[in-house]
Design a protein around this ligand. Structure first.
Ligand code: AMP
Ligand code: ZN
Ligand code: FE
Ligand code: FE
Length: 291
């Protein structure tokens, strides 16, 4: 029986299950806890937390932020409270980019209306939503196909989004009360030395953990990441990156082919780290005193 899943997207960003539906599914699967880690937004938290109470699933309010470090590196933030304005602005930048994508499609004669998309999909719209529309218009066979042919880098409807530098993102997450964790480290195609450089850079800005278990990562990869986390004194986390029908090959809790297994024991140190962080953030006492 799987225990927890600490990397989950909902309709608050580009997943296809609502926060409540996601928590209900987690409970059906027997999961004890899940973290809601939508892209750049905390808007799914309230619904997920309330569903967590109803279904007896521990819900960790989280976020996933795409940052700039040469390639795009994703940072997770767990137990995040209030987004500082720096992070909140990302959603507006996303909006601007989305408007341009919709205008490009409309100029090609496609019936795409961004205002209507927001009514349907909510605030944090991403390329996967455009992918769904292209599928519905019969221009692509799947969201993935839409990325390959229209939305991926270099394709007709690709417009880059303004992103935040990795350092300020890690710091911004911590200042927002979130425990910053490096997401899916193998996605960046780095060798051991390069990955260590990335971790060092993040740690300079307050990184507290590494996502060691992830959909598709095999035993050797997981062992390597866990030993890195131990060596650096970082917390271990793990999750599926579930997106519902937008990534149908990923299952909540179990990953791509049942390989994912995240122990419940990883939740407590994460919670304790968040509590420490929150205490430090709200503390009125000077950090050093003469007494
Ligand atoms: P955006 O942040 O709007 O530029 O869109 C990027 C998001 O699209 C990523 O965070 C992924 O979750 C998603 N994505 C990237 N490639 C694919 C794909 N081939 N199929 C489905 N979703 C994808
Ligand atoms: Zn996503
Ligand atoms: Fe990611
Ligand atoms: Fe993700």
């Amino acid at each position: 029986m799987r225990e927890i899943d600490l990397h989950v997207h909902t309709t608050a960003s580009d997943g296809t299950c609502t926060p409540r539906e996601t928590v209900r599914r987690a409970s059906e699967l027997g999961l004890r806890g899940i973290a809601i880690t939508d892209h750049d937004t905390v808007s799914g938290h309230a619904e997920a937390l309330s569903a967590g109470m109803d279904y007896g699933v521990e819900v960790v309010p989280g976020i996933e932020v795409s940052t700039r470090y040469g390639v795009s590196v994703h940072i997770l933030g767990y137990y995040i409270e209030n987004l500082i304005p720096l992070l909140d602005n990302l959603v507006n930048d996303r909006d601007r980019r989305n408007e341009q994508v919709a205008a490009l499609m409309a100029a090609d004669g496609l019936p795409v209306d961004y205002a209507r998309m927001k009514e349907r999909f909510g605030k944090a719209i991403g390329r996967p939503h455009f992918g769904r529309i292209l599928v519905e218009l019969g221009l692509a066979e799947s969201v993935n196909d839409a990325f390959n042919r229209y939305l991926g880098k270099g394709q007709r409807y690709f417009i880059p989004r303004r992103t935040i530098e990795i350092g300020p993102a890690v710091e911004g997450i911590a200042l927002s009360g979130g425990v910053p964790v490096l997401a899916h480290p193998f996605q960046y195609k780095k060798n051991d030395g390069e990955l260590r450089e990335l971790i060092d850079c993040c740690m300079d800005h307050g990184l507290r953990g590494i996502e060691c278990r992830y959909s598709g990562y095999d035993h050797d990869q997981v062992r390597y990441l866990e030993s890195l986390a131990e060596e650096y004194g970082l917390l271990k986390t793990g999750g599926s990156d579930f997106h519902g029908d937008n990534k149908p090959y990923i299952s909540l809790g179990t990953g791509m082919s049942g390989e994912l297994d995240v122990p419940c024991a990883w939740l407590e140190p994460l919670r304790e780290e968040a509590e420490k962080l929150h205490r430090r953030l709200v503390s009125q006492e000077p950090s050093s005193s003469a007494e």
